[in-house]
Design a protein around this ligand. Structure first.
Ligand SMILES: [Zn+2]
Length: 93
C-alpha cells in the first residue's frame, strides 16, 4: 500500500492522504466528509442567493476565511461569527 494514499472509510474510494479528511480517527474523501459534516462546503459550493430590496442590480459578497482548517467545530464557529457580522451589517443601512 502506497503511504501517500488511503481509502475513504465510507465509500472506499482511493484518496491521497493530502486530500483525505480526518474525522473521529477515520479518513474520508471530500464528498463523504462533507456529507457527514454538512458544515464545510466544497470549493464549488454555491449557496442560494437571497435578494434584499428592489432594483436591477444587486451586490454580493463572498466572504472567505483562511486558515480555518478542516475542523468541523472551527467551521461552525467561524460560520456563526461570519453570519453574525452579516446580520449586523444590515442594520448599518
Ligand atoms: Zn468517500
Amino acid at each position: 500500500m502506497n503511504e501517500y494514499y488511503t481509502h475513504c472509510d465510507n465509500c472506499d474510494d482511493l484518496i491521497s492522504r493530502e486530500n483525505a479528511y480526518e474525522l473521529d480517527d477515520n479518513y474520508y474523501c471530500s464528498r463523504c466528509y462533507h456529507e457527514k459534516t454538512h458544515v464545510i462546503h466544497s470549493y464549488s459550493h454555491k449557496p442560494t442567493a437571497i435578494f434584499y430590496g428592489e432594483g436591477k442590480r444587486f451586490l454580493g459578497v463572498e466572504l472567505e476565511i483562511d486558515r480555518g482548517g478542516k475542523d468541523t467545530d472551527n467551521a461552525q464557529e467561524l460560520l456563526d461569527i461570519a453570519n453574525d457580522a452579516e446580520t449586523q451589517s444590515h442594520s448599518i443601512y
